[in-house]
Every structure is written in structure tokens, then in C-alpha cells.
Design a protein around this ligand. Structure first.
Ligand code: DC
Length: 227
């Protein structure tokens, strides 16, 4: 398998519900790579803001973010905020509603991107989010952009929320996802966009296994790289 034997960086971007977390996790397991869920980091600082009663324009927020510790355990399945396991709390509707406003603050992005690049320096990583292919790892060996229709993405997110016993309608999830897409794509700093050299994958009618196989095929063939 080309490149995967020693050092390899795989970056995946795409909107909420495009399947990138599940796909990246599976590829990480299959290839023995470190998995980095970059959205979890923006969610963790959003939770920190909520817990501290701070909003996106609170002047103290940046200092609080600089001082906090965000760590992953169990190869990305668990996220710790100042040593507390917040893996469930970061995926609740209050965080969903506020995260895009916190994630657009340049100073916060700067801190989080530095942290992600430090994690990536370990060299065998698959990372997913909104700016991994463009800003965090612009020289990644393989870049993918996953997308799907809004309705399909809302259905997937609803299924996740139902597992957590969150009571919400499909229409409400669709509205939340559309609002977040708009904010993520139109923000001034590091907006969500497909890198020119990313392979675009529409996952609307594809199973997770089919997307994983497609990505593994590209990696095996060594065709997806920007280098
Ligand atoms: O992937 P997710 O839904 O967990 O991401 C949560 C939010 O974080 C999303 O609204 C956009 C933001 N985000 C970002 O701005 N940059 C990233 N690399 C990852 C996520």
C-alpha cells in the first residue's frame, strides 16, 4: 500500500452529516492511523463558553480558550476538556446552535489549528472537518471532500440524535444544518470549501462501506495526493 507504510496525512472536509466522521474513523481503524475529529475541538470550546456563560463576543473567551486543555483518548472516541469527558455534552442542541458562531472567530481558529498541526506532526493521521484540506494540512497526501443533499444529511443527524434520546423533528434538524452550512461556507476566515486538489465524493446514495472502500482504493493506488 503506497505511502501508508510510514508517514501519511489524509484530510477530509465536508458539511455536517456528509459522513466524514464515520468514514474517517473506519479508514483510521483499517489503516492503523490516528483519527482527528477537528469539529469536536470547536464543539469543546463552545461548551466551555456555554458553561462559563460567555458568548462569541465576550472578550474573556479567547483567553479562556488559550488556557483550556483539549485532549483526545481512545483514538478520538473520547474528548476531554480540562480532563473532563465531554464526548456526549458537545453533541447536544445548545452546542449545535452556537458552534458555528464560535468557530468563525479568527483567534479561536488560530489556537485550534496550531493544536491540530501539533497532533498531525506525529505523521500518521486521518483528520476531518471544514478546513483540513485547505488550511490545517494543505500538503496532505490525500484530500477528500464529502458532500450529500441537505435532507439526507439531516436524516443521518436525526438518527444520531434519536440514539441520544434527543427529541427533535427532521424539519428542525434540516433547518439547523442549513443555517450552519450557510455560516460555515460564508464566514470570512477559513470558510468550508473543497480544495482544488480534493477528490469530491457525493455520499447521498452511498453506504458508509462504499465510501470507505472508495477512499481506501484511492489511497492504495496513491492517486489522491496533492504532492
Ligand atoms: O463537524 P462538526 O459538525 O462536529 O463541526 C461542528 C462545527 O465546527 C461546524 O459548524 C463547523 C465547525 N468546524 C470548523 O469550523 N472547522 C473545522 N475544521 C471543523 C468544524
Amino acid at each position: 500500500m503506497k505511502k501508508v507504510g510510514s508517514q501519511v496525512t489524509i484530510a477530509i472536509d465536508g458539511p455536517a452529516g456528509s459522513g466524514k466522521s464515520t468514514v474517517a474513523r473506519r479508514v483510521a481503524e483499517k489503516l492503523g492511523l490516528l483519527y482527528l475529529d477537528s469539529g469536536a475541538m470547536y464543539r469543546a470550546v463552545t461548551l466551555l463558553a456555554i458553561q462559563d456563560g460567555l458568548t462569541a463576543d465576550s472578550p474573556e473567551l479567547i483567553e479562556r480558550v488559550k488556557a483550556c486543555r483539549i485532549e483526545f483518548a481512545d483514538n478520538g472516541r473520547t474528548i476531554l476538556l480540562n480532563t473532563e469527558d465531554v464526548s456526549v455534552d458537545i453533541r447536544t442542541p445548545p452546542v449545535n446552535r452556537r458552534v458555528a458562531d464560535i468557530a468563525k472567530i479568527p483567534e479561536i481558529r488560530h489556537e485550534i489549528v496550531k493544536h491540530q498541526q501539533r497532533i498531525g506532526a506525529e505523521g500518521r493521521i486521518i483528520a476531518e472537518g471544514r478546513d483540513l484540506t485547505t488550511i490545517v494540512f494543505p500538503h496532505a497526501d490525500f484530500k477528500f471532500y464529502l458532500d450529500a443533499s441537505v435532507t439526507e444529511r439531516a436524516k443521518r443527524r436525526l438518527a444520531d440524535l434519536e440514539k441520544q434520546n434527543v427529541d427533535i423533528t427532521l424539519a428542525a434538524v434540516e433547518a439547523e444544518i442549513s443555517a450552519r452550512d450557510e455560516k460555515d461556507k460564508t464566514r470570512a476566515h477559513s470558510p468550508l470549501r473543497a480544495a482544488e486538489d480534493a477528490i469530491i465524493v457525493d455520499t447521498t446514495d452511498k453506504t458508509i462501506d462504499a465510501v470507505v472502500d472508495f477512499i481506501l482504493m484511492h489511497i492504495c493506488e496513491g492517486e489522491g495526493g496533492s504532492r
